[in-house]
Design a protein around this ligand. Structure first.
Ligand SMILES: Cc1cc2nc3c(=O)[nH]c(=O)nc-3n(C[C@H](O)[C@H](O)[C@H](O)COP(=O)(O)OP(=O)(O)OC[C@H]3O[C@@H](n4cnc5c(N)ncnc54)[C@H](O)[C@@H]3O)c2cc1C
Length: 463
């Protein structure tokens, strides 16, 4: 019996019509498998997708090293999720449940098909995205991140994996009882946290984002000596938009991103003034859609690979990456965005990720549950953060140095802040210091209106 409802099956595992199967036959290769043979294994790059033509195929997931039958595929079912667009390693395993025949379609042919047949293309793409969301929601892929919740590096890795859409399970080393046994099993000392464990064997101790990216094979493979038509530096909204437009015109595009796709927008809880999204969209979702869209048109994206040097005296231009690789293109677009200011008070660095945060996503909101929190700033991101975090915090204090919000915040946000009983606006106020032991415990501030110094005990979000 399937673990999914009929509605979930319809969305996650739609069957191609006989007409669609017929139309795909010329671009694929038929392959036969005996019962029990692995057709596509996890952790191996998949050449593309396949459609079941005859027999039954098991779709297997893995969580905590336990193999689980997710679904039984029959004629018309097709494999794949977002990783197959870029040739990354598979997060699931496919095994022949009985003697079967599949139609294997290589990635290049798949891309051409996605572009040439919008109806079939949309079916496959929306299905790939839904499958990825399901894998993330159910932590399927067998990656486990273990670390103290209130640790800067734990937050860094959670943000990095989350923004790059990689499924993982998170175990809080401070509160989760099962963690001790796991740490013992892998001989991990508390000082080595956070760690990444995959399929019960490989352990990365406090890896950099770049190490995590290569561990999970998040990057497209780049053909050496290839001259790209366009290299885009930065995968924020501007970089991804450039990639979509250029790749959709048939140009060979490479996007370089030093951190995670989405840029600043990826740290926004809800963007409401982006054209085409009247109900608003989270920065993460906007970035995810743009990322898929760029890949759909064939753009290649390198994550956690910044451009560290450009040689532009003669064409083709050369770009040196953080890992010393060199890539070449006829055109460069630098969309590296801007760096926001950080709080300029003593100790602020020490508490970053441990009471002071520069983002307001679902992850940061978990630190605010039933807490009094301070949002610093009078711009739109601060306004959005105050409204979003007030849903979970006990109370939000919005601190601005100016006399009001009118000069810095969009009009659509101000009435929401005024109307919320859980948000208090404190004008002419400034944070002057922060104290705590391992995590932020209190901030001292001055409020000009009262002309006195005040101290607030709280976690703090700053933007
Ligand atoms: C919390 C928050 C909420 C926001 N809400 C809104 C909103 O509601 N509406 C709105 O219009 N705007 C909003 N903004 C602003 C909006 O996100 C930015 O204007 C937008 O992201 C700018 O896009 P960008 O692509 O130019 O730059 P960025 O988003 O800054 O992206 C630049 C990217 O380039 C990468 N990069 C930098 N250097 C290199 C390098 N050397 N090599 C490779 N990659 C590099 C960075 O890592 C980054 O990912 C918000 C911003 C924040 C922080």
């Amino acid at each position: 019996m399937s673990r999914f409802t009929l509605e979930q099956q319809r969305v996650l595992f739609p069957k191609l019509s006989e007409r669609d199967i017929e139309s795909l036959l010329p671009i694929g290769a038929e392959r036969d498998f005996a019962a029990g043979t692995v057709i596509q294994d996890w952790d191996t790059p998949s050449p593309g997708v396949f459609v079941v033509l005859r027999g039954k195929v098991e779709l297997l997931g893995s969580t905590n090293q336990i193999e689980t039958l997710l679904e039984l595929f029959e004629r018309g079912n097709f494999s794949g999720e977002l990783n197959q667009l870029s040739g990354r390693k598979s997060l699931v395993r496919y095994r022949a449940a009985e003697e079967c025949t599949i139609l294997e379609i290589q990635r290049q042919a798949l891309h051409a098909r996605l572009e040439g047949d919008p109806v079939l293309g949309n079916l496959l793409l929306s299905c790939f995205m839904t499958r990825r969301n399901y894998l993330i929601a159910d932590s399927i892929g067998d990656a486990v991140l273990i670390g103290p919740n209130n640790s800067r590096d734990t937050l860094r890795l959670r943000t990095f994996l989350g923004r790059n859409g990689h499924p993982y399970a998170f175990l809080d080393a401070d509160t989760d009882e099962s963690v001790k046994a796991l740490l013992l099993q892998f001989s991990i000392k508390p000082s080595e946290l956070p760690v990444l464990i995959c399929r019960g064997s490989i352990v990365l101790r406090n890896p950099s984002n770049q190490e995590a990216a290569s561990f999970f094979d998040l990057n497209a493979r780049i053909e050496e000596n290839k001259i790209f038509d366009l290299i885009v530096v930065g995968a924020g909204p501007a970089g991804l938009a450039s990639a979509v437009y250029a790749a959709s015109e048939g140009l060979a595009v490479l996007v370089l991103e030093s951190n995670a796709v989405g840029g600043q927008a990826g740290s926004s809880s809800r963007i409401e003034n982006y054209l085409g999204f009247p109900l608003g969209i989270s920065g993460q979702e906007l970035a995810e859609r743009a990322y898929v869209q760029a890949q759909k048109f064939g753009a290649q994206v390198l994550i956690s690979q910044g451009a560290c040097a450009l040689a532009c005296t003669e064409a083709p231009y050369r770009v040196k990456l953080d890992d010393e690789t060199r890539v070449t293109a006829r055109t460069l677009i630098v969309a590296s965005g801007s760096r926001y200011r950080k709080l300029e008070v003593a100790n602020a660095d020490r508490f970053e990720g441990q009471g002071i945060y520069y983002g307001a996503t679902a992850i940061e909101s978990t630190f605010c549950i039933d807490e009094d929190i301070i949002v610093v700033g009078g711009g739109n991101s601060a306004g959005q953060a105050a409204v979003f975090l007030s849903e979970r915090a006990q109370h939000v204090y919005l601190l601005v140095r100016g006399p009001d919000l009118g000069s810095s915040m969009s009009q659509y946000l101000i009435p929401r802040i005024d109307a919320s009983p859980k948000i208090t606006l404190q004008t002419r106020s400034e944070i002057l210091g922060s104290t705590g032991s391992s995590i932020l415990n209190a901030c001292g501030g001055a409020t000009g209106e009262r002309g006195s110094n005040t101290t607030m005990r709280s976690g703090m979000f700053s933007s």
